[in-house]
Write a protein that binds this ligand. Structure first.
Ligand SMILES: Cc1cc2nc3c(=O)[nH]c(=O)nc-3n(C[C@H](O)[C@H](O)[C@H](O)COP(=O)(O)OP(=O)(O)OC[C@H]3O[C@@H](n4cnc5c(N)ncnc54)[C@H](O)[C@@H]3O)c2cc1C
Length: 414
């Protein structure tokens, strides 16, 4: 057993962007804190290293929701952080295009929502769209200047460096089996031995409910992993997309629909789709985790979810297995894209929390019980919002020291 384990002030589980931002905020607010981040794999091993790299504007989220507030605050902080750290990023803006008559009305609703969230939004004429995206077509379109791009893997590396510079420790290759609040401290059972911590924060992404249950909690919402697969435009077709082109999203889903994204490295990705993943780290159809899959299958909420969305789900699965089936949706936005311009490119697995009734838990959710804080739901735009989420969690950890009464934490500010 490793000798590193022992008594500390705070254990943070997970070195994704939320765990790292939380560790940074705690150390920034309280210099000298004895803090350790325990990560089973490596920094940014899962969602934080497998995403679209978009700095979201805050267009989509219900005004007043945690997502809306923390996306807006977090975006500004993320931009400043990247500028200060010399991390390449760009505020390139994005267009959202309505391709069908019923999407025109939905686009107007989206525009209204974005404005309620404080965003500058330009309604585009055909000439305006051509100026931003010469190869896109639409019945109606908008331009949102605030959207940007960055590589969140690079952000995570810098955050990890900063945590270390501020005196924190990051131990990779160290899995946590449970974090149990004994009343006097939190006993964290890990691959390198037992830790006794004054406080523990679980930022375990797709494993958040597993860790909560192992600690004796009964999480109301449970994670269902949805894989998002990407295609990439070959370099000779990349000129078809200048920046970001999004469809009008289907408001029944938390996912944004297949879109074109020119990343900070200049490559153009198309995606992600949303298909069920047979494991919390199932990055392709070939990976099948029997234990994970059996757990989902045993939950009534999974079947309720399947009953609601089976048709959309089936369509997505077919398009995943036969990518050329997605072509029509892409060509509605950029007609010149051809099947031969597309190659398969990576995927990410979204940790999406599901309510007991099978509905998708839309907003960010963080639960504090006693000495532990659990990040229950931190889907997109949590990478954009990470620095604001980190500050929020850090404040709650400090508040928990004054008041150990449990409950769902409602963010009070950015
Ligand atoms: C396909 C896709 C596209 C996305 N696009 C965007 C985007 O463009 N913009 C945006 O803002 N957001 C985007 N997101 C969302 C964003 O990536 C996530 O919300 C964010 O990365 C969540 O960070 P996290 O730290 O909570 O989780 P993760 O990054 O998944 O980190 C959790 C960490 O916990 C570790 N862990 C789990 N269990 C244990 C354990 N028991 N012991 C030790 N370690 C453990 C894991 O190994 C992992 O490293 C996207 C997500 C996906 C999947």
């Amino acid at each position: 057993m490793n000798q590193q384990a022992g008594r500390v002030d705070v254990v943070v589980v997970g070195a994704g962007i939320v765990g790292l931002a939380t560790a940074r905020a705690l150390l920034r607010d309280r210099p000298g804190l004895d803090l350790v981040v325990l990560e089973r794999e490596e920094v940014a091993a899962h969602q934080s290293g497998h995403n679209s790299g978009v700095i979201h504007s805050g267009l989509y989220y219900k005004p007043g929701s945690a997502k809306a507030r923390l996306c807006t605050a977090g975006r500004a902080e993320m931009e400043q952080y990247c500028t200060d750290a010399g991390i390449p990023w760009e505020r390139c803006g994005k267009v959202v295009v309505a391709s069908e008559p019923d999407e025109v009305e939905a686009l107007a609703g989206l525009t209204e929502r974005g404005r309620q969230n404080g965003l500058e939004i330009h309604e585009l004429s055909a000439a305006g769209l051509a100026e931003h995206e010469p190869h896109a077509v639409a019945l109606a379109s908008i331009f949102v200047p605030a959207t940007g791009v960055v590589d969140y893997r690079v952000v995570c590396q810098r955050l990890a460096e900063e945590v270390t510079e501020r005196g924190g420790r990051i131990l990779t290759g160290v899995g946590v089996t449970s974090a149990i609040d004994t009343g006097a401290s939190v006993v964290v059972r890990s691959d390198c031995g037992l830790w006794w911590a004054d406080r523990a924060v679980a930022c375990a992404g797709a494993w958040s409910d597993v860790l909560a249950a192992a600690g004796g909690e009964r999480p109301r919402a449970r994670i269902i992993p949805f894989r998002g697969e990407y295609l990439e435009l070959r370099p000779e077709a990349a000129h078809l997309v200048k920046h970001l082109i999004y469809p009008v999203p289907d408001t029944r889903f938390p996912f944004l629909g297949v879109h074109f994204t020119r990343g900070i490295d200049g490559t153009v990705h198309v995606g992600p789709n949303a298909v069920p993943a047979f494991g919390r780290d199932a990055y392709s159809w070939k990976r099948f985790r029997p234990v994970d899959t059996a757990q989902y299958a045993a939950r009534p909420s999974t079947w309720r979810l399947a009953a609601r969305y089976w048709r959309t789900g089936l369509d997505e699965i077919v398009r995943s297995l036969v990518p050329s089936r997605s072509l029509a949706a892409m060509q509605k936005m950029v007609p010149e894209v051809r099947a031969e311009d597309l190659v398969r490119a990576g995927s990410g697995v979204r940790a999406q929390a599901i309510n007991p009734d099978g509905s998708l838990l839309d907003d960010f959710e963080i639960v504090r019980t006693g000495r532990c804080v659990h990040v229950v739901n931190a889907p997109s735009p949590a990478a954009t919002a990470a620095l604001a989420i980190g500050s929020w969690i850090a404040k709650e950890v400090e508040a928990a020291e004054r008041d150990d009464a449990g409950g769902t934490i409602v963010p009070t500010d950015g």
